[in-house]
Design a protein around this ligand. Structure first.
Ligand code: CP
Length: 320
């Protein structure tokens, strides 16, 4: 693993969100991830970096990409990986998040990767246990490793993000992915526009460092990168738009709309996709789509984050 930036010293043993990181810290993670990319191309996909360490995947919400990616990343760094699920644990008997984490820590874990429906759950854990805590998505708050893998993919496609016009489209209100993207992108100098119906914009949207637009056709011709968000039907009480067909007509990334976009527009989606709702299949699987590259890049990002937080924890214990 190589990171040519030898002057910067990473000292965070938790990753809770991108809002609190500086541009330099974000770039340091991206550069560290670049160094880890080659581990996944070896015939034996292993590095000894975290040998003897234990990582617990503590997911209180369902996940395919994030959970498997963290598990693979930890195992490629030679850590022992423990899978915790809400359904098969004593949480179903009423045990609290904090008691659960304290009991896991008593078994000698080093890192907790946590996904929870409550915004703030990972931060709370940092106050109750000594292990490193990595947020794998908390409520509507943040999904920092998704934000990092998104800007990593954008940087690979466009070089510097300075001045790049990025549209984040759709269900902004319920999206922790949108929040982590907004912080990372604006810190790295991109111009971010949020696009969607007023009913899917968060409260206080005008306090965010972004432009807001309620009509995708107004901006489609000028944007360099478009990140389509999943409509999170499971988080909604009623329907925020009259019909799915109506939503797709005004905000869906369709083949027709793509004809008006720049020829080198980068098309992204964090997954899972509602095909035919926020994006047409021909576009999701088309030449401009980097959706599966995002998933591949997630591995290097998560290896970098696991490595950096454990390094910071080792430095902290050395200095005590
Ligand atoms: N992008 C993302 O967080 O996907 P999963 O819910 O499958 O982890």
């Amino acid at each position: 693993m190589t990171n040519t930036n030898t002057e910067f010293k990473w000292n965070r043993k938790h990753l809770i969100g991108l809002q609190e990181l500086s541009a330099q810290e974000i770039e340091f993670i991206l550069d560290t991830a670049k160094g880890f990319e080659q581990v996944s191309t070896r015939s034996v996909k292993k590095a000894p970096t975290l040998r003897g360490k234990v990582v617990v995947n503590m997911f209180f919400e369902d996940s395919t990409r994030t959970r498997i990616s963290f598990g693979l990343a930890a195992s490629r760094l030679s850590a022992d990986v423990v899978e915790f699920t809400k359904k098969s644990s004593s949480v179903s008997k009423g045990e609290s998040l904090i008691d659960t984490a304290m009991n896991l820590e008593a078994m000698g874990i080093d890192t907790v990767v946590v996904r929870h429906s409550a915004g703030g759950a990972p931060k709370l854990l940092t106050q109750c246990i000594n292990a490193c805590v990595i947020n794998a998505g908390d409520g509507y708050h943040e999904h920092p490793t998704q934000g990092l893998l998104d800007v990593y993919t954008m940087r690979e496609k466009k070089g510097s993000l300075k001045g790049q016009k990025v549209a984040i489209v759709g269900d902004i209100a319920h999206s922790r992915v949108a929040r982590s993207n907004i912080w990372a992108l604006t810190k790295l100098g991109a111009e971010v526009t949020l696009v969607g119906p007023p009913t899917l914009m968060p409260a206080k949207v005008h306090e965010l460092p972004v432009k807001v637009c309620y009509d995708l056709d107004e901006v489609i011709e000028e944007i360099d990168i478009i990140n389509m968000l999943r409509i999170q039907f499971e988080r909604m009480g009623g329907s925020p738009f009259p019909s799915v067909r109506e939503y797709q007509r005004f905000f869906g990334l369709t083949v027709d709309r793509m004809k008006r976009a720049k020829s080198d527009i980068v098309v992204m989606h964090p997954g899972p996709i509602n095909r035919g709702v926020e994006i047409e299949s021909e576009v999701a699987d088309g030449a401009n789509s980097v959706i599966l590259e995002q998933v591949s890049n997630g591995l290097a990002i998560r290896m970098a984050v696991l490595y950096l937080v454990n390094q910071a924890a080792a430095n902290e214990s050395k200095s005590k």
